[in-house]
Design a protein around this ligand. Structure first.
Ligand SMILES: CC(C)(COP(=O)(O)OP(=O)(O)OC[C@H]1O[C@@H](n2cnc3c(N)ncnc32)[C@H](O)[C@@H]1OP(=O)(O)O)[C@@H](O)C(=O)NCCC(=O)NCCS
Length: 178
């Protein structure tokens, strides 16, 4: 599946054939991504990346969510996806190559994915969970009109330290009022 974000940015579902390019993207952004993403240190080889792609394809086949490549002018630069939950809810996650960050690309991709989730999939609620100290990422739901719903204290251990997660949510009626 393909979702057009704007004239340069397209979201396309992750496929088996993407494994090499996708691994190389993770590998050259290792230092940048590992600060907030657990799975980066566990992704040591193309085979490890394939395990993730298989997991994503399985999720897709079971109608439990989708993982998209973010393509900028036909170059793979990151990933965005969602997991479907109970009671018509969805949770979004994302990451992008360092050199393409700070340009508003992930915000644009989220905006388009949120539109797809509310309008096409008819979900009722969308959640984004972000580490409390990940200020760059927190700005994304804040910019898009999500409400801070709570903080899960010390819910995670990253690089040997406890971290809290901030839960941001937006409901269908709040989105439609925008
Ligand atoms: C966090 C992360 C996803 C942010 O990606 P991003 O593309 O830089 O985020 P945005 O799309 O919101 O871009 C925002 C920046 O672009 C700038 N910008 C430029 N044009 C913009 C536009 N049209 N709209 C919005 N922001 C724009 C903003 O000023 C902002 O800059 P700032 O960070 O200096 O305040 C990215 O840094 C990343 O992948 N980090 C590592 C992994 C990670 O933390 N993932 C998230 C886990 S929850």
């Amino acid at each position: 599946m393909k979702i057009v974000v704007d004239k340069d940015i397209v979201l396309e579902t992750l496929k088996e054939k993407d494994v090499q390019e996708s691994f190389e993207l993770v590998d050259r952004n290792r230092g940048y991504l590992r600060e907030w993403l657990h799975w980066v240190d566990k992704t040591k080889s193309v085979e490890d990346r394939m395990k993730y792609i298989n997991y994503a394809l399985n999720k897709q086949n079971n109608n439990e969510g989708l993982d998209f490549k973010i393509k900028y002018c036909d170059t793979l630069i990151g990933s965005i996806g969602y997991d479907l939950g109970d009671f018509k809810s969805a949770e979004i996650g994302y990451w992008i190559e360092k050199q393409y960050s700070g340009k508003g690309i992930v915000t644009k991709c989220c905006e388009r994915l949120i539109e797809y989730l509310f309008k096409e999939l008819k979900v009722h609620r969308i959640v984004i969970k972000v580490a409390e100290k990940n200020i760059k990422s927190r700005k994304i739901p804040e910019r898009l009109g999500f409400k801070q719903e709570g903080i899960l204290r010390d819910v995670d251990i990253l690089h040997g330290q406890y971290h809290s997660d901030v839960i941001y949510g937006i409901l269908e009626n709040e989105y439609n009022k925008k």
